[in-house]
Design a protein around this ligand. Structure first.
Ligand SMILES: [Zn+2]
Length: 255
């Protein structure tokens, strides 16, 4: 069985058929999934989904693109929700320099507030990083985020960045991009991540793996990511899915 550590079944793209999507995931061998909420609407939907399905878990946080919208009330609400037994992580949070809705300084402040909250709650964090490699690592270091650790989600950095994250107690999670035809860098990095720090994800509905690239992604396709990582690590598919599932359950404190 597989553990998809990052899904947005709470996205509008699944509005009409989320139950079928979950059914297909189960048929593909996917057991647990973490539904990630990153604003008011997606957090509410994530909480509704985890109430409905016992194998779904939630992460609650605030996305860096929308950092300008996060209020202290939102942060207090995230803290409140963290007490729910199905909430297993804080995030996603981080830095995103691709979009310019929120200035970098605001993003950093919102990122820091969430790291501090996670440390207070002693919960792992899920990190979103787009075009902000060194700044993300610097904030994590300055805030001593290694105390709680967590996941570098859909990792796209080089080995120097990966090394710094591993040194801080973080897990490295790979998604669809590692399967892309031109994926030399993620392939090289993935091959070097120690097995006990490796995780798999889809980031559904985004970043569908080859040969479904460009289509709506769904958790059933995490099998394609697992196949690719097994090949890169030189282990069997069964070993890869078992080890990454054990890693996820340990990190999220499930069972
Ligand atoms: Zn995400």
């Amino acid at each position: 069985m597989l553990f998809d550590t990052h899904v947005h079944l709470n996205a509008d793209q699944f509005e009409d058929d989320v139950n079928d999507v979950i059914e297909r995931a189960q048929q593909a061998g996917v057991k647990e999934m973490v539904v990630v909420g990153f604003d008011e609407k997606t957090i509410n939907k994530a909480m509704a989904l985890v109430e409905q399905y016992d194998f779904l878990y939630a992460a609650v946080g605030w996305h860096p693109v929308d950092a300008v919208d996060m209020t202290d009330e939102h942060l207090a609400w995230i803290e409140e929700l963290s007490a729910h037994p199905k909430v297993v992580a804080i995030g996603e949070m981080g830095l995103d320099y691709h979009w310019d809705k929120s200035p970098a300084e605001v993003q950093k402040e919102v990122f820091r507030k969430q790291i501090r909250l996670a440390k207070k709650l002693n919960m792992p964090i899920i990190i979103h990083n787009r075009e902000a490699d060194q700044d993300v690592v610097d904030v994590l270091k300055e805030e001593d985020a290694g105390e709680v650790g967590g996941i570098m989600h859909c990792f796209a950095g080089d080995m120097a960045i990966a090394k710094q994250c591993l040194d801080m107690n973080f897990h490295i999670s790979f998604g669809g991009p590692v399967t892309f035809k031109n994926a030399r860098l993620p392939e090289e990095v993935a091959a070097q991540i120690p097995m006990e720090r490796l995780l798999i994800e889809t980031d559904s509905p985004f970043l569908a793996p080859h040969p479904n690239r460009g289509k709506r992604n769904e958790p059933a396709y995490v099998t394609l990511v697992a196949e690719k990582l097994a090949e890169l690590k030189g282990v069997s598919y069964e070993e890869l899915i078992e080890e990454t599932r054990i890693n996820a359950k340990r990190l999220f404190n499930i069972n």
